[in-house]
Design a protein around this ligand. Sequence first.
Ligand code: MD6
Ligand code: FE
Length: 218
Amino acid sequence: MMDDLFGALRARETLAQGAVLLPGAALSRQERLMAQVGDIVSQAPLRRLATPGGRRFSVEMTNCGSLGWHSDAAGYRYESRDPLSGRFWPALPADWITFAQEMAAQAGFGGFQPQACLLNRYAPGARMGLHQDRDETALNSPIVSVSLGLAAQFLFGGAERTDPVRKLRLVSGDVVVWGGASRLFYHGVAPLAPDHHPLTGACRWNLTFRRVSAEDSP
Ligand code: MD6
Ligand code: FE
């Protein structure tokens, strides 16, 4: 509650070169975003993917857009169809594209054309180990990340896995945009603490908008 009331009052913060936190930037549209998340999940159900090494992610994932992120024994990659159903992923809602473009522009990245949105759901205890987002060839495009529901400790490191990690509390409605010099910085999410949020109940959602292919494709 207090997070919601004061979220929009926290100041924009530069985390690293090319990485900016826009506190509360999605607050006014978070109810609509979650309703749309429900639509997407009804078409492409959440699943716990396996890493190439055979471990299961604790986070549940799905996608929308012309491409979706997938992982199994064959590796990390983007797929144009949901491997579970063989169907194309649900479309990126038009207002999601516009919103992601606005957020990217506010962070200094004009002309962002997202192709994929990865939807992550964290139940209590779910976490995301330190990683780089490097399955996209469009490394000149930023990633736009929207947090919804329960707050999480976001871990923001540097170019090397062993670089010091900064802990950042992300609350519902927060948007992080990063690209440029920090596009390949290591990051992760600490295990989610059990709590309740009026928007999402017992969980946290994170939406990440990505441009995958560098070519001039739509
Ligand atoms: C999360 N986010 O916030 C996980 N990756 O749940 C990410 O892994 C992430 O927020 C690339 C860019 C922004 C992100
Ligand atoms: Fe990531």
